[in-house]
Design a protein around this ligand. Structure first.
Ligand code: SAM
Length: 287
Protein backbone atom coordinates (compact mmCIF):
# COMPACT_ATOMS: atom_id res chain seq x y z
CA UNK A 1 0.00 0.00 0.00
CA UNK A 2 0.97 3.63 -0.40
CA UNK A 3 3.16 4.96 2.44
CA UNK A 4 4.09 8.48 3.52
CA UNK A 5 7.27 8.63 1.44
CA UNK A 6 5.28 8.02 -1.74
CA UNK A 7 6.40 4.47 -2.22
CA UNK A 8 3.83 1.80 -3.11
CA UNK A 9 4.72 -1.64 -1.76
CA UNK A 10 2.89 -4.58 -3.24
CA UNK A 11 1.69 -6.95 -0.51
CA UNK A 12 0.82 -10.02 -2.59
CA UNK A 13 3.61 -12.31 -1.38
CA UNK A 14 4.85 -12.62 2.20
CA UNK A 15 8.61 -11.96 2.58
CA UNK A 16 9.16 -10.86 -1.04
CA UNK A 17 7.84 -8.05 -3.16
CA UNK A 18 8.20 -5.09 -5.46
CA UNK A 19 7.81 -1.37 -4.90
CA UNK A 20 6.99 1.59 -7.11
CA UNK A 21 7.88 5.23 -6.66
CA UNK A 22 4.64 7.17 -6.91
CA UNK A 23 4.71 10.33 -9.03
CA UNK A 24 1.01 11.11 -8.54
CA UNK A 25 -1.85 9.32 -6.85
CA UNK A 26 -4.78 9.39 -9.28
CA UNK A 27 -7.32 7.38 -7.29
CA UNK A 28 -7.15 5.72 -3.88
CA UNK A 29 -10.47 4.55 -2.43
CA UNK A 30 -12.58 1.65 -1.30
CA UNK A 31 -14.97 0.49 -4.01
CA UNK A 32 -17.77 -2.05 -3.72
CA UNK A 33 -15.32 -4.98 -3.68
CA UNK A 34 -11.79 -3.62 -3.40
CA UNK A 35 -9.32 -1.12 -2.13
CA UNK A 36 -8.54 0.39 -5.54
CA UNK A 37 -5.30 2.31 -6.08
CA UNK A 38 -4.29 4.01 -9.30
CA UNK A 39 -1.04 5.94 -9.46
CA UNK A 40 1.63 7.11 -11.85
CA UNK A 41 5.17 5.70 -11.91
CA UNK A 42 8.03 7.01 -14.07
CA UNK A 43 8.92 3.63 -15.48
CA UNK A 44 5.57 1.84 -15.83
CA UNK A 45 3.24 4.78 -16.43
CA UNK A 46 -0.16 4.33 -14.80
CA UNK A 47 -0.45 1.39 -12.43
CA UNK A 48 -3.58 -0.19 -10.92
CA UNK A 49 -3.65 -2.28 -7.76
CA UNK A 50 -6.54 -4.04 -6.01
CA UNK A 51 -6.17 -4.86 -2.31
CA UNK A 52 -2.40 -4.39 -2.51
CA UNK A 53 -1.85 -6.61 -5.58
CA UNK A 54 -0.68 -5.09 -8.88
CA UNK A 55 -3.24 -5.75 -11.62
CA UNK A 56 -2.02 -3.85 -14.63
CA UNK A 57 0.35 -1.14 -15.81
CA UNK A 58 0.39 0.94 -18.98
CA UNK A 59 3.86 -0.23 -19.93
CA UNK A 60 3.59 -4.02 -19.75
CA UNK A 61 -0.16 -4.72 -20.15
CA UNK A 62 0.35 -5.82 -23.77
CA UNK A 63 2.14 -9.03 -22.78
CA UNK A 64 -0.69 -10.34 -20.61
CA UNK A 65 -3.58 -9.16 -22.77
CA UNK A 66 -2.13 -10.32 -26.08
CA UNK A 67 -1.22 -13.76 -24.77
CA UNK A 68 -4.61 -14.37 -23.17
CA UNK A 69 -6.53 -13.40 -26.30
CA UNK A 70 -4.54 -14.14 -29.47
CA UNK A 71 -3.32 -17.57 -28.35
CA UNK A 72 -6.81 -19.09 -27.85
CA UNK A 73 -8.49 -17.09 -30.64
CA UNK A 74 -5.86 -17.94 -33.26
CA UNK A 75 -5.73 -21.57 -32.06
CA UNK A 76 -9.52 -21.79 -32.40
CA UNK A 77 -9.42 -20.32 -35.89
CA UNK A 78 -13.00 -19.03 -36.17
CA UNK A 79 -14.18 -17.76 -32.78
CA UNK A 80 -17.45 -15.87 -33.09
CA UNK A 81 -18.59 -15.65 -29.47
CA UNK A 82 -16.16 -14.79 -26.67
CA UNK A 83 -16.77 -14.52 -22.92
CA UNK A 84 -14.44 -12.56 -20.63
CA UNK A 85 -14.81 -13.04 -16.88
CA UNK A 86 -13.29 -10.11 -14.94
CA UNK A 87 -11.27 -7.88 -17.26
CA UNK A 88 -12.44 -4.57 -15.74
CA UNK A 89 -9.60 -2.51 -17.21
CA UNK A 90 -10.77 -3.21 -20.78
CA UNK A 91 -7.39 -4.37 -22.10
CA UNK A 92 -8.66 -7.87 -22.86
CA UNK A 93 -11.70 -6.48 -24.63
CA UNK A 94 -9.55 -4.33 -26.92
CA UNK A 95 -7.41 -7.29 -28.00
CA UNK A 96 -10.39 -9.64 -28.56
CA UNK A 97 -12.10 -7.03 -30.76
CA UNK A 98 -9.09 -6.89 -33.08
CA UNK A 99 -10.35 -10.18 -34.54
CA UNK A 100 -12.86 -9.35 -37.26
CA UNK A 101 -14.58 -12.75 -37.12
CA UNK A 102 -15.56 -12.17 -33.47
CA UNK A 103 -19.23 -11.20 -33.58
CA UNK A 104 -20.11 -10.98 -29.91
CA UNK A 105 -18.13 -10.42 -26.70
CA UNK A 106 -19.72 -10.69 -23.27
CA UNK A 107 -17.68 -9.30 -20.38
CA UNK A 108 -18.72 -10.08 -16.80
CA UNK A 109 -17.04 -7.86 -14.21
CA UNK A 110 -17.94 -7.88 -10.53
CA UNK A 111 -17.16 -4.23 -9.75
CA UNK A 112 -18.55 -1.40 -11.91
CA UNK A 113 -16.17 1.05 -10.23
CA UNK A 114 -13.15 -0.73 -11.69
CA UNK A 115 -14.62 -0.33 -15.19
CA UNK A 116 -15.47 3.33 -14.65
CA UNK A 117 -12.11 4.24 -13.08
CA UNK A 118 -10.24 2.39 -15.82
CA UNK A 119 -12.21 4.17 -18.53
CA UNK A 120 -11.09 7.43 -16.88
CA UNK A 121 -7.48 6.61 -15.99
CA UNK A 122 -6.52 3.85 -18.47
CA UNK A 123 -8.08 4.98 -21.77
CA UNK A 124 -5.18 3.35 -23.62
CA UNK A 125 -6.20 -0.08 -22.30
CA UNK A 126 -9.70 -0.10 -23.78
CA UNK A 127 -9.31 2.53 -26.54
CA UNK A 128 -13.09 2.79 -26.87
CA UNK A 129 -13.69 -0.98 -26.77
CA UNK A 130 -16.57 -0.64 -24.28
CA UNK A 131 -18.51 1.31 -26.95
CA UNK A 132 -18.14 -1.36 -29.64
CA UNK A 133 -21.51 -2.72 -30.83
CA UNK A 134 -20.27 -6.29 -30.41
CA UNK A 135 -19.77 -5.85 -26.63
CA UNK A 136 -22.22 -6.61 -23.81
CA UNK A 137 -20.95 -5.59 -20.38
CA UNK A 138 -22.57 -7.41 -17.44
CA UNK A 139 -21.90 -6.30 -13.86
CA UNK A 140 -22.13 -9.54 -11.89
CA UNK A 141 -20.10 -12.14 -10.08
CA UNK A 142 -18.56 -14.37 -12.77
CA UNK A 143 -19.57 -17.48 -10.84
CA UNK A 144 -23.19 -16.38 -10.56
CA UNK A 145 -23.24 -15.50 -14.27
CA UNK A 146 -21.79 -18.80 -15.48
CA UNK A 147 -24.11 -20.87 -13.27
CA UNK A 148 -27.14 -19.23 -14.90
CA UNK A 149 -25.65 -19.01 -18.39
CA UNK A 150 -27.49 -20.81 -21.22
CA UNK A 151 -25.21 -19.62 -24.03
CA UNK A 152 -22.15 -21.27 -25.52
CA UNK A 153 -18.90 -19.54 -26.38
CA UNK A 154 -16.00 -20.40 -28.66
CA UNK A 155 -13.48 -18.87 -26.26
CA UNK A 156 -13.79 -18.15 -22.54
CA UNK A 157 -11.11 -15.98 -20.90
CA UNK A 158 -10.88 -15.78 -17.11
CA UNK A 159 -9.06 -12.47 -16.51
CA UNK A 160 -9.49 -12.56 -12.77
CA UNK A 161 -7.65 -11.52 -9.64
CA UNK A 162 -5.68 -13.99 -7.52
CA UNK A 163 -7.62 -16.69 -5.67
CA UNK A 164 -8.22 -14.55 -2.59
CA UNK A 165 -11.47 -12.70 -1.85
CA UNK A 166 -13.94 -12.24 -4.76
CA UNK A 167 -11.58 -13.94 -7.23
CA UNK A 168 -11.33 -17.20 -5.27
CA UNK A 169 -14.52 -18.70 -6.68
CA UNK A 170 -13.13 -18.34 -10.21
CA UNK A 171 -10.60 -21.06 -9.37
CA UNK A 172 -13.19 -23.58 -8.12
CA UNK A 173 -14.25 -26.92 -9.63
CA UNK A 174 -17.81 -25.63 -9.98
CA UNK A 175 -16.64 -22.62 -11.99
CA UNK A 176 -14.57 -24.79 -14.33
CA UNK A 177 -17.42 -27.29 -14.76
CA UNK A 178 -19.81 -24.49 -15.72
CA UNK A 179 -17.29 -22.92 -18.10
CA UNK A 180 -16.93 -26.29 -19.84
CA UNK A 181 -20.73 -26.57 -20.10
CA UNK A 182 -20.76 -23.14 -21.80
CA UNK A 183 -18.05 -23.96 -24.35
CA UNK A 184 -18.83 -25.00 -27.94
CA UNK A 185 -17.50 -28.38 -29.07
CA UNK A 186 -14.11 -26.98 -30.12
CA UNK A 187 -14.23 -24.19 -27.55
CA UNK A 188 -11.15 -23.12 -25.57
CA UNK A 189 -10.98 -21.89 -21.96
CA UNK A 190 -7.96 -19.91 -20.72
CA UNK A 191 -7.31 -18.38 -17.30
CA UNK A 192 -4.59 -16.41 -15.59
CA UNK A 193 -3.02 -18.85 -13.16
CA UNK A 194 -0.40 -16.91 -11.25
CA UNK A 195 3.39 -17.11 -11.39
CA UNK A 196 4.40 -20.76 -11.28
CA UNK A 197 7.58 -20.23 -9.26
CA UNK A 198 5.77 -18.17 -6.61
CA UNK A 199 2.37 -19.91 -6.59
CA UNK A 200 2.97 -23.60 -7.51
CA UNK A 201 0.01 -24.76 -5.44
CA UNK A 202 -2.31 -22.61 -7.60
CA UNK A 203 -1.13 -24.51 -10.64
CA UNK A 204 -1.66 -27.89 -9.05
CA UNK A 205 -5.10 -26.93 -7.69
CA UNK A 206 -6.12 -25.94 -11.22
CA UNK A 207 -4.94 -29.24 -12.69
CA UNK A 208 -6.92 -31.18 -10.10
CA UNK A 209 -10.06 -29.09 -10.48
CA UNK A 210 -10.09 -28.41 -14.23
CA UNK A 211 -8.67 -31.53 -15.90
CA UNK A 212 -11.68 -33.79 -15.08
CA UNK A 213 -13.84 -31.72 -17.44
CA UNK A 214 -11.71 -31.61 -20.61
CA UNK A 215 -9.63 -33.84 -22.87
CA UNK A 216 -6.70 -31.42 -22.86
CA UNK A 217 -5.68 -29.45 -19.75
CA UNK A 218 -2.30 -27.75 -19.97
CA UNK A 219 -0.56 -24.40 -19.37
CA UNK A 220 1.32 -21.89 -21.46
CA UNK A 221 3.52 -19.07 -20.22
CA UNK A 222 4.73 -15.52 -20.74
CA UNK A 223 6.97 -13.12 -18.85
CA UNK A 224 5.00 -10.15 -17.52
CA UNK A 225 7.48 -7.86 -15.68
CA UNK A 226 5.09 -6.66 -12.96
CA UNK A 227 3.79 -10.16 -12.13
CA UNK A 228 6.97 -10.83 -10.25
CA UNK A 229 8.92 -13.99 -9.55
CA UNK A 230 9.18 -15.61 -12.99
CA UNK A 231 6.90 -16.44 -15.88
CA UNK A 232 3.14 -16.30 -15.55
CA UNK A 233 1.19 -19.50 -16.21
CA UNK A 234 -2.05 -19.46 -18.18
CA UNK A 235 -4.40 -22.40 -17.84
CA UNK A 236 -5.55 -23.97 -21.13
CA UNK A 237 -8.53 -26.33 -21.35
CA UNK A 238 -10.37 -27.75 -24.36
CA UNK A 239 -11.73 -30.96 -25.83
CA UNK A 240 -10.00 -30.12 -29.09
CA UNK A 241 -6.64 -31.80 -28.53
CA UNK A 242 -5.35 -30.56 -31.90
CA UNK A 243 -5.73 -26.90 -30.88
CA UNK A 244 -2.33 -26.64 -29.22
CA UNK A 245 -0.55 -28.80 -31.78
CA UNK A 246 -0.82 -26.36 -34.68
CA UNK A 247 2.48 -26.11 -36.55
CA UNK A 248 4.31 -22.87 -37.24
CA UNK A 249 3.18 -22.66 -40.87
CA UNK A 250 -0.51 -22.87 -39.89
CA UNK A 251 -0.05 -20.35 -37.07
CA UNK A 252 1.71 -17.93 -39.45
CA UNK A 253 -1.09 -18.28 -42.00
CA UNK A 254 -3.76 -17.61 -39.38
CA UNK A 255 -1.87 -14.63 -37.95
CA UNK A 256 -1.40 -13.13 -41.41
CA UNK A 257 -5.09 -13.64 -42.16
CA UNK A 258 -6.05 -12.00 -38.85
CA UNK A 259 -4.02 -8.96 -39.94
CA UNK A 260 -3.56 -7.60 -36.41
CA UNK A 261 -0.66 -5.67 -34.94
CA UNK A 262 0.99 -6.99 -31.78
CA UNK A 263 3.87 -6.04 -29.50
CA UNK A 264 4.48 -9.44 -27.87
CA UNK A 265 2.53 -12.15 -29.66
CA UNK A 266 4.14 -13.84 -32.65
CA UNK A 267 3.26 -17.23 -34.15
CA UNK A 268 6.65 -18.64 -33.05
CA UNK A 269 6.09 -17.39 -29.52
CA UNK A 270 2.57 -18.84 -29.52
CA UNK A 271 4.03 -22.25 -30.28
CA UNK A 272 6.92 -21.92 -27.81
CA UNK A 273 4.71 -20.71 -24.97
CA UNK A 274 3.33 -24.23 -24.47
CA UNK A 275 6.81 -25.56 -23.64
CA UNK A 276 6.99 -25.49 -19.85
CA UNK A 277 10.08 -25.41 -17.63
CA UNK A 278 10.81 -28.88 -16.21
CA UNK A 279 9.80 -27.91 -12.64
CA UNK A 280 6.43 -26.66 -13.90
CA UNK A 281 5.85 -29.76 -16.01
CA UNK A 282 6.65 -31.92 -12.99
CA UNK A 283 4.22 -29.93 -10.85
CA UNK A 284 1.50 -30.29 -13.49
CA UNK A 285 2.01 -34.00 -14.03
CA UNK A 286 2.24 -34.82 -10.33
CA UNK A 287 -0.88 -32.90 -9.30
N1 SAM B 1 -4.32 -9.92 -14.51
C1 SAM B 1 -4.64 -9.34 -13.34
C2 SAM B 1 -3.89 -9.95 -12.18
O1 SAM B 1 -4.24 -11.00 -11.66
O2 SAM B 1 -2.93 -9.35 -11.79
C3 SAM B 1 -6.10 -9.26 -13.15
C4 SAM B 1 -6.67 -8.14 -13.95
S1 SAM B 1 -8.07 -7.33 -13.28
C5 SAM B 1 -8.76 -6.79 -14.77
C6 SAM B 1 -9.13 -8.62 -12.73
C7 SAM B 1 -10.60 -8.23 -12.62
O3 SAM B 1 -11.34 -9.37 -12.15
C8 SAM B 1 -10.89 -7.10 -11.66
O4 SAM B 1 -11.43 -6.03 -12.39
C9 SAM B 1 -11.87 -7.68 -10.66
O5 SAM B 1 -12.85 -6.78 -10.21
C10 SAM B 1 -12.45 -8.85 -11.44
N2 SAM B 1 -13.02 -9.93 -10.62
C11 SAM B 1 -12.50 -10.49 -9.50
N3 SAM B 1 -13.34 -11.43 -9.01
C12 SAM B 1 -14.39 -11.48 -9.86
C13 SAM B 1 -15.58 -12.27 -9.91
N4 SAM B 1 -15.86 -13.17 -8.96
N5 SAM B 1 -16.43 -12.06 -10.94
C14 SAM B 1 -16.18 -11.15 -11.91
N6 SAM B 1 -15.08 -10.36 -11.90
C15 SAM B 1 -14.20 -10.53 -10.90
Amino acid sequence: MLNKSNIYYETLHPAYGQYFEVEHVLFEQKTEQWHLSIFENKHFGRVMALNGAIQTTEKDEFVYHEMMTHVPIIAHGDAKKVLIIGGGDGGMLRQVLKHKHVEQVTMVEIDANVVEMCKTYFPQHSQGAFDDDRVSLVIDDGMHFIEQCQQQFDVIISDCTDPIGPGEVLFSSAFYENCKRCLTEKGIFVAQNGVAFMQPEELQDTVRRLSPYVKDCWFYNAAVPTYIGGTMAFAWATDDVSARELDLTSLKQRFEKANISTQYYTPALHMASFALPAFVETAVKSA
